[in-house]
Design a protein around this ligand. Sequence first.
Ligand code: HEC
Length: 116
Amino acid sequence: MTKQSLTVLACVAALGAAALGANAFAAGKPAPPKGTATISLPGDAGMAYKPGAGVGAVQAACLSCHSSAYVSTQPLLTKAQWTAEVVKMKNAYGAPIADDQVPVIVDYLTTNYGKP
Ligand code: HEC
């Protein structure tokens, strides 16, 4: 038997097993679990952007792709470094940031997550 025909046989067997499984399920065996299941996801407690002037602009521009932890877990950056970061988000990753919002965002980041 060739390797190819073995593969075909394996596929036919898998399809058959799937069909049997579907039939067994349609007949009610095994029954799906009853009741309500709950799961807890990790919250974002403590991860919100700090309140402050310009926080609204930052929330609008920066939360669509990743959490504020990307900002709060950086070392304290200078204004020039935050400017480069915001420009990178805008130009390299396509963050939807209007040009007139860049200085507002950079000032907020430098004040709250930066160093002089
Ligand atoms: C369009 C999606 C998008 C938006 C919007 C966005 N980012 Fe990012 N950001 C990314 C991606 C992608 C990465 C890189 C993730 C990785 O490498 O794991 C990243 C990473 C970062 C990092 C980690 C350092 C680095 O350069 O990789 C910081 C800090 C950061 N973003 C800040 C911001 C700030 C501030 C804003 C708002 C001005 C923002 N991001 C908006 C996509 C985005």
